[in-house]
Design a protein around this ligand. Structure first.
Ligand code: 4AD
Length: 555
């Protein structure tokens, strides 16, 4: 018979974790005591202040039974764990074997089929029924059992569903295929039967394919890197990958179409496109936002606006426009400010201020009409900004003085609780509050001279006010700034002086007023702001390929 072992249980102060079972170090439960003492355990138990006593027969029996039950459960768990491990190992071995076997499966193109003709995805509809060859990136991947696989292929010109069956799904490359890998597929594009959907209403039935470049799986896989809930600054660091997404690429496509429409508009209205320099030695919109750099030992700047150069083109080319990058060392960190932006600027000669406002309205409306008349582009707009409706003509024309009154009438105040008064700049927040409330495009005109740039023409009826305009759009605010330009040389010289600008580097600009002056005017449109409005993007940053703003100049 096994030697009887005494175990002390103290239900009040004992511990199953640290107790050893001796009187000075009791355990807490009878179950633990059975575990320590075995079948022939003698348990002395303390339930209250009265000290250790023999455990009752019933309680001992209960503890022993519970212990046996626990042992049985643990054993079962152990067995299950072992079985699962064995199964996992077997599965891994099978997979390894299958992969090894897959390596030996080599696809060959069936020579008896008609030669595959190379196409881009955009040519899919016209290529239906013919055997084609398409290359692209695996945009989406769905494996259905061992013998079927669906890939949505993306080549930048569109999306094409490709279906792989049988042996085509059994190769090593098929089994290990990942999203964003590049592949080439051969096969026939068929219209989808009623009830099935895929981009373009068709799918390519693959008969031969190969990998061009494999993308990583696991932690480094594309879908693990680019997620919609990721931190915005992380997404900007990975902009090169984000651009592959359906939304970002749609914005870039729409951007290209919008730029095309702007050019078509100007071409139609008889403007000539020019390409002014980006490296300059003059300022246009105030010294505080100039990016300065060392130009062979001389001070130079990245251009803030090509306006001054456009003005010089009027006598030789007539009405002109340009689409160039402008640079602003903006201190403001807002959702509509970039350090580098695409600036669409136009300049026109021999016209009145009202004619310039008409030209601006014509630009916005005609460009929207052109965009909406192009079905694929209209679909892009619908995808990004569902329910978009072109703005109605005429735009609301509102004087700055009336805007000040509007802010008062609508209780839109400064942060300190006071109202904006005539002569004060209307900042972004109240401007947007007003524009969103009015909810239609506004041509806001006649700003006071001292809050605007030095070159703006004063109103003949009141020299405190300029012939100036901002176009305001709901959701974004200002998208265009423009004005008539001072066309009197003496007045311009005075304006330089008032602004503290040395006139000498501006001799070529001043000369426009010397060699045949004329009333003229123009404007600059921020392309990213126009897009943010049209495509309903929260920030202009989403409308630029690789946005540049305070603290970001990469990638
Ligand atoms: O109002 P702005 O400063 O006007 C000019 O530069 C004139 N010289 C243009 C001209 O008359 N030719 O800028 C014109 C437009 C703004 O309405 C805005 O849409 C955009 O350029 N813009 C910016 N866009 C993004 N980020 C910035 N930091 C911008 N600053 C101006």
């Amino acid at each position: 018979m096994a030697e009887e072992k005494i175990i002390y249980v103290d239900e009040l102060a004992g511990s199953d974790e640290t107790g050893t079972g001796v009187e000075s170090s009791p355990v807490k439960t009878a179950l633990k005591a059975v575990e320590l003492g075995g079948e022939s355990v003698k348990i002395l138990i303390k339930k209250d202040e009265e000290g250790f006593k023999d455990i009752s027969g019933a309680a001992l029996k209960k503890a022993k039974k519970a212990y046996t039950e626990l042992q049985r459960k643990l054993k079962k768990q152990e067995e299950q764990k072992k079985k699962a491990e064995e199964e996992d190992a077997k599965k891994a071995e099978e997979e390894a074997k299958a992969l090894e076997k897959a390596k030996s499966i080599v696809l060959t193109e069936d020579e008896s089929l008609p030669a595959a003709q190379k196409i881009k995805v955009r040519q899919s509809t016209e290529s239906r029924g013919k055997r084609v060859k398409v290359s692209g990136w695996v945009h989406r991947l769905r494996v259905q059992g061992k013998d079927m696989m669906f890939v949505v292929l993306r080549d930048g010109s569109g999306y094409l569903q490709c279906v792989f069956t049988g042996k085509l799904c059994h190769t090593f490359d098929a089994i290990t295929l990942t999203v964003e890998s590049t592949i080439t597929v051969h096969g026939v594009i068929n219209e989808l039967p009623e009830g099935k959907t895929a981009p373009g209403g068709h799918e390519l039935v693959v008969d031969y394919w190969y990998v061009v470049g494999k993308a990583p799986g696991g932690d480094d896989a594309f879908n693990n890197k680019v997620t919609t809930d990721a931190d915005p600054s992380y997404l900007l660091d990975n902009r090169h990958l984000v651009l592959r997404g359906e939304t970002a690429s749609a914005v870039m496509k729409a951007r290209a179409e919008v730029i095309k429409a702007f050019r078509a508009h100007y071409d139609d209205r008889g403007y000539t496109e020019v390409t002014p320099p980006c490296m300059v030695q003059t300022q246009v919109e105030g010294g505080s936002t100039l990016f300065e750099f060392n130009y062979y030992g001389e001070k130079a700047y990245l251009t803030q606006s090509s306006q001054l150069y456009l003005e010089t083109c009027l006598p030789s080319l007539g009405d002109v426009f340009c689409l160039a990058e402008s640079y602003r060392a903006e201190k403001s960190h807002t959702r509509r400010h970039l350090s580098e932006y695409s600036h669409l600027e136009a300049e026109m000669a021999f016209l009145t201020f009202d004619e310039m406002l008409d030209a601006l309205e014509d630009l916005v409306c005609d460009v929207i009409d052109r965009i909406m008349a192009n079905e694929p582009t209209r679909q892009l707009i619908e995808q990004l900004n569902p329910g978009f409706k072109p703005p109605a003509r005429p735009f609301l024309r509102m004087k700055y003085a009336d805007a000040i009154q509007y802010l008062k009438d609508n209780d839109i105040k400064k942060e300190d609780g006071t109202f904006y008064e005539f002569g004060e700049d209307i900042p972004e927040a109240p401007e947007r509050a007003m524009t969103d409330k009015i909810n239609r495009p506004i041509l806001l005109t006649h700003f006071p001279a001292h809050i605007k740039a030095f070159y703006m023409q004063k109103c003949p009826e009141d020299p405190r006010i300029t012939e100036s305009v901002d176009v305001l759009m709901p959701g974004v605010g200002e998208i265009v700034g423009g004005s008539m330009r001072m066309n009197n040389r003496e007045e311009l010289l005075e304006a330089y002086e008032k602004e503290g600008i040395d006139p000498s580097p501006y001799y070529w600009y001043t000369d426009q007023r010397k060699y045949g002056t004329t009333p003229h005017g123009g404007y600059g449109l921020g392309v990213e702001r126009f897009l943010a409005w049209l495509l309903n993007r929260y920030t202009v940053r989403d409308c630029q390929l690789y946005p540049r703003f305070t603290g970001r100049c990469t990638p």
